[in-house]
Design a protein around this ligand. Structure first.
Ligand code: PLP
Length: 273
């Protein structure tokens, strides 16, 4: 397996990042996960835009997006696989302990892993912890994912694959690594970006392609929604068949099935929508 580090391809076994990298010591890094279908990255332009926005929000130096593109192309070429997940990580770089970051410039790593096909439907739980819709990091895709790791572990304990958060005012927000859509009275809704959710790329495409409304929704909408689905780079559109202990009669109901079909068709026809 080859990865990109320090401006070129390296063997993953011998590639090394300093133990004093700020991404490790304080977690100030940003990342993207990009689907690669038959060696072709999907929606790369949108991912690079978000990487640059996240880096800017964290005060990191502007990433060289041409290098990131070259790195993605080189890594998928060096590691052929039918369905992969590119992981782009960009951190503050190496700095002596106690000093500000960036003394030696940022670190860019691009790696690739297999992306197993997700099941068409899944179970989710809600968690009592909140997303902060007005935090310094709100909306940035940073490597500070520990809260998501904890919530996802809780989901796994309960036989679910995702945990959904409300924000601090009790509105439905997002999952640990996905956005959420609900069908109420036959209409498709998703929380607005102001809820504190990440501006998911799959979410944006789904809103554009299905006409879903961006609506403030109380968390308990999940107790009465006719259908619920998740969106993310690795899930695409994935139906939800259970929320906490509630089985959804409408899992893969008509609205979800239509969203899945539209997404597959449109995404299949345009690699960089
Ligand atoms: N929300 C969070 C917190 C995420 O980490 C992700 C993706 O990793 C998403 C939503 C979905 O975003 P995308 O569709 O761009 O993968």
């Amino acid at each position: 397996m080859k990865i990109w580090l320090d401006g070129g391809l390296q063997d993953i076994e011998s590639a090394r990042v300093s133990v004093l990298d700020h991404g490790l010591t304080v977690g100030d890094g940003v990342f993207e996960t990009v689907k690669a279908v038959d060696g072709r990255p999907f929606a790369l332009t949108r991912h690079l835009d978000r990487l640059a926005r996240s880096a800017g929000g964290l005060g990191l130096p502007e990433p060289d997006l041409d290098e990131v593109r070259r790195a993605c192309a080189a890594v998928v070429e060096a590691n052929p696989m039918p369905l992969g997940r590119l992981r782009i990580t960009y951190t503050g770089g190496v700095s002596p302990l106690g000093s500000d970051r960036g003394e030696h410039g940022p670190t860019l790593v691009v790696a690739l892993g297999e992306s197993p096909r997700r099941p068409d439907s899944t179970a989710v739980i809600t968690v009592p912890w909140t997303r902060n819709e007005r935090g310094a990091l709100t909306g940035l895709k940073t490597t500070s994912y520990a809260e998501n790791v904890v919530a996802l572990a809780r989901a796994r304990e309960q036989g679910a694959s995702e945990a959904l958060f409300a924000n601090t005012v009790g509105q439905l927000c997002e999952g640990t690594g996905s956005n959420v859509f609900v069908v109420v009275d036959g209409e498709l809704h998703t929380p607005p970006i102001a809820s504190g959710c990440l501006a998911g790329i799959t979410r944006a495409l789904t809103v554009a392609w299905t006409g879903a409304k961006e609506t403030d929704l109380p968390l308990d909408v999940l107790e009465r929604a006719e259908e619920v689905f998740l969106t993310s780079t690795l899930r695409d559109v994935q139906a939800v068949h259970r929320v906490d202990s509630r089985e959804l009669p409408g899992a893969r109901g008509p609205v979800t099935a239509k969203a899945m079909r539209i997404f597959d068709e449109r995404a299949g026809n345009d690699l960089d929508p």
